[in-house]
Ligand binder design. Structure first.
Ligand code: COA
Ligand code: ZN
Length: 243
């Protein structure tokens, strides 16, 4: 399928427009939002900042998010997920930007963005779904997403992610999930900070580093479900703070 979408009334595709290939990051003078500190040493060194946008943010921030969403559209050949001109329901839609410090005449360079949509089904545990995510190619492979993921899981508790790429599949493999029953009765495995017991007893408890046990009381017995973090994840989380 040819990736193309309407832009200001004309078809915009990788075969037609020279500018389709340009990926000049947006520059912002003002940015209204909640700043989330990035834990990694590398991110602190570069001044990378993660912003949670809010209702009082300006058109510039929305345009920047829309620009990132366009990057996602082009790269993954998806329908445009977000438009700066559409009305945002801030209770059900959460928009985020990553920025680096700007140059002489602007304060922030936007190097990525993403959005989460609140589950509007009737699941008992409310959760959020990653709607789109795009990081500028020149900002990739520096742990931006990996370190932000911890922030998102803390912020939203339960996250649904449909991986569209092998990179995302690889990233998500072996991460703790929490089972939740969806509105149609199906079981959903949502990403969470702590693993949840597969038998539905709630969050597990870390017994020794990387080993999680349920331990819920079942009459005279206890639930013996356990979850062990893959070695890769354990070493990544201990290395993250030194990167
Ligand atoms: C996916 C994306 C957000 C990753 O961002 P990033 O900041 O570069 O990712 P990180 O540097 O934090 O990498 C985290 C992990 O993801 C995996 N990963 C990232 N890029 C990868 C690639 N090209 N191939 C395989 N695995 C990859 C790896 O497991 C990596 O960990 P490692 O560096 O220890 O091997 C970014 O590549 C992107 O915007 N891609 C295009 C849009 C997209 O795919 N969106 C998500 C759709 S679900
Ligand atoms: Zn259990």
């Amino acid at each position: 399928m040819i990736a193309q979408y309407k832009h200001k009334g004309y078809k915009f595709s990788e075969f037609a427009q020279e500018s389709w290939w340009k990926i000049e990051a947006p520059k912002l003078q003002n940015l209204v939002g909640r700043q989330h500190p990035m834990p990694g040493k590398r991110q602190q060194r570069t001044g990378l900042t993660l912003w949670e946008l809010e209702a009082r943010c300006g058109q510039g921030e929305l345009e920047a998010a829309s620009w990132c969403a366009k990057g996602w559209t082009r790269e993954l050949d998806q329908d445009p997920p977000f438009n700066a001109r559409s009305r945002v329901d801030w209770d059900a839609y959460s928009l985020w930007l990553w920025t680096l410090p700007g140059g002489m005449s602007w304060r922030f360079t936007v190097v990525g963005g993403c959005a989460f949509a609140r589950d509007i089904g009737i699941s008992h545990d409310p959760f959020w779904t990653l709607h789109w995510l795009w990081i500028h190619p020149f900002s990739r492979h520096r742990g931006v997403w990996a370190e932000s993921f911890a922030v998102f899981v803390q912020r939203f508790h339960l996250l649904q992610i449909h991986p569209l790429t092998s990179a995302m599949q690889r990233f998500l493999a072996g991460r703790p999930t929490h089972p939740v029953r969806g509105s149609a009765g199906e079981m959903l495995q949502l990403f969470a900070r702590e693993p949840g017991c597969k038998k539905g007893h709630g969050p597990m408890v870390e017994h020794t580093p990387g080993l999680w046990l349920c331990g819920a009381r079942l009459g005279d017995d206890i639930c013996r479900e356990k979850w062990a973090a893959p070695a890769l994840l354990r070493s990544a989380s201990s290395a993250a703070s030194t990167r």
